[in-house]
Design a protein around this ligand. Structure first.
Ligand code: PLP
Ligand code: 3DJ
Length: 424
């Protein structure tokens, strides 16, 4: 759908509810617990809770932990869970069975994957990333530099919208390029296949951060022939706060890939309790220590929903929602100088929209008080995530209407909305 501004002017809430009535994904909304009176547009930070998750986790606790006790490592498949769940995430990112394993946090997984990648390109002493990446990625790459820069330092080269470009920094000294597929601030989406091709043409490996992609847009890692990827499961995949991250390593690299963190769950024979480390075959070597089984139980529940979902339908609705939002913002919020920062070309957009608004922090706090939950990213962006399984067209209408009211009444100027303390 491409809703020009003139059409948005003639749109009303009834048109949005009619779009909802015709929406094939609308029934999924009932599978989630959403508080009454809340329009939830922050599923790009923490996904909503599926209705059956609590009962599933409760069962794992009482039956598998309470009754099964230690026996559940075998009887309930606990030991195999990180790879078993990885196999269930694989179709969502264009991976094959045996290529994905659930890990620790995304930060730790990025470190694991980046170290493995640098070691797979001996003699190449540069890691490329982007200046605007989510900071944890850059922080972890600093640690990679420190760890692997011995006699010969490891250089970090950062691309930036204003230059240098990827083309500028690629060369025969680059070991790995670490980029985020969908930018956490602007929602800009890179062409995964094209960037992978460009990077590999220089002889480097391509490591993707899929945090804002998994469950938001179709991803085809194997179709693109990418090398490694990591991502989180607590955003669009609804695994819950602290849900484990995933690591994908293309099957062709697995025997050469050496994990940075050599824990016993990644050992070839963990229960032989051998003296020395020997990596397990395949993706299992990227396991570290005891997996977070209760978090995995929550993710296991949400994946039941994801197994019923057609990602092309998700993408189609996501674009419909973001285009509707952008059109309504253009039509109704122009008097307050609201700027759409997210690309308007659908191929360049993930499933979120960022608006640049003066005093955006206070405006967002006022919006949240009105029950419309988005978030703010310093210095000046209000972010709105559109998770197509539970966000409706009427939600989009209500969010823009609330924003219009807050801007026109200037209620956001009240001191209680001023910035203080920790924010999310
Ligand atoms: C692109 C990106 N990478 C990494 C992370 C975070 O990593 P972690 O799961 O370790 O907190 C986030 C969000 O928190 C993110 O948006
Ligand atoms: N992971 C988060 C957390 O532990 C606390 C608050 C927010 C988050 C997020 O996921 C933020 C998110 N990655 C972002 O895009 O800004």
């Amino acid at each position: 759908m491409n809703t020009p501004t003139s059409v948005a002017h003639s749109l009303d809430r009834a048109t949005c509810t009619a779009l909802d009535a015709a929406d094939a994904l609308a029934p999924f909304r009932d599978r989630f617990v959403l508080p009454a009176g809340v329009v939830y547009l922050d599923g790009n930070s923490l996904g909503a809770l599926p209705g059956h998750t609590a009962a599933h986790v409760q069962r794992v606790i009482t039956e598998e932990w309470g009754t099964g006790l230690i026996r559940s490592w075998n009887d309930a498949g606990w030991f195999a869970k990180p790879v078993a769940l990885g196999d269930r995430i694989a179709p969502l990112i264009g991976a094959a069975p045996g290529e994905v394993v659930l890990g620790d946090s995304t930060s730790a997984s990025l470190f694991q994957a980046a170290v493995a990648a640098v070691r797979m390109r001996p003699g190449r002493r540069v890691v490329v990333s982007e200046r605007g990446s989510f900071p944890t990625d850059l922080y972890m790459l600093e640690a990679v530099q420190e760890l692997l820069g011995g006699d010969e330092p490891l250089e970090r080269r950062l691309i930036h919208d204003e230059g240098p470009s990827l083309e500028d920094v690629l060369g025969d000294d680059v070991a790995v390029v670490v980029l985020t597929h969908v930018d956490y601030r602007t929602g800009r989406m890179r062409d995964l296949a094209e960037v992978t091709r460009q990077v590999q043409a220089s002889g480097a490996l391509m490591l993707w951060d899929l945090c804002h992609s998994a469950g938001a847009v179709p991803v085809d890692l194997n179709g693109a022939g990418a090398d490694l990827a990591i991502g989180c499961t607590y955003k669009y995949l609804n695994g819950g706060p602290g849900a484990p991250s995933f690591i994908w390593v293309a099957e062709r690299h697995q025997s050469a890939a050496k994990p940075a963190l050599t824990g016993w769950h990644g050992h070839a024979r963990p229960f032989d309790f051998e003296f020395g480390y020997a990596p397990a075959d395949g993706i299992t070597r990227f396991r570290v220590g005891t997996p977070q089984l209760l978090s995995m139980a929550a993710l296991e529940a949400s994946l039941e929903i994801w197994e019923e979902v057609d990602l092309e339908a998700v993408r189609e609705k996501s674009l419909r929602l973001t285009e509707l939002f952008i059109s309504l913002v253009d039509a109704r919020l122009a008097p307050w100088g609201v700027e759409v920062v997210t690309p308007r070309q659908s191929a360049l957009r993930g499933s979120q929209v960022a608006l640049r608004v003066e005093d955006g922090f206070a405006v967002m706090q006022a919006l949240i008080e009105r029950g419309v939950i988005g978030d703010f990213r310093a210095p000046d962006l209000m972010r709105f995530g559109f998770a197509p399984l539970y966000v409706s067209h009427a939600d989009v209408w209500d969010a823009v209407a609330a924003l219009e009211e807050i801007l026109s009444t200037e209620v956001w100027r009240e001191p209680r909305f001023a910035r203080r303390g920790a924010v999310t």
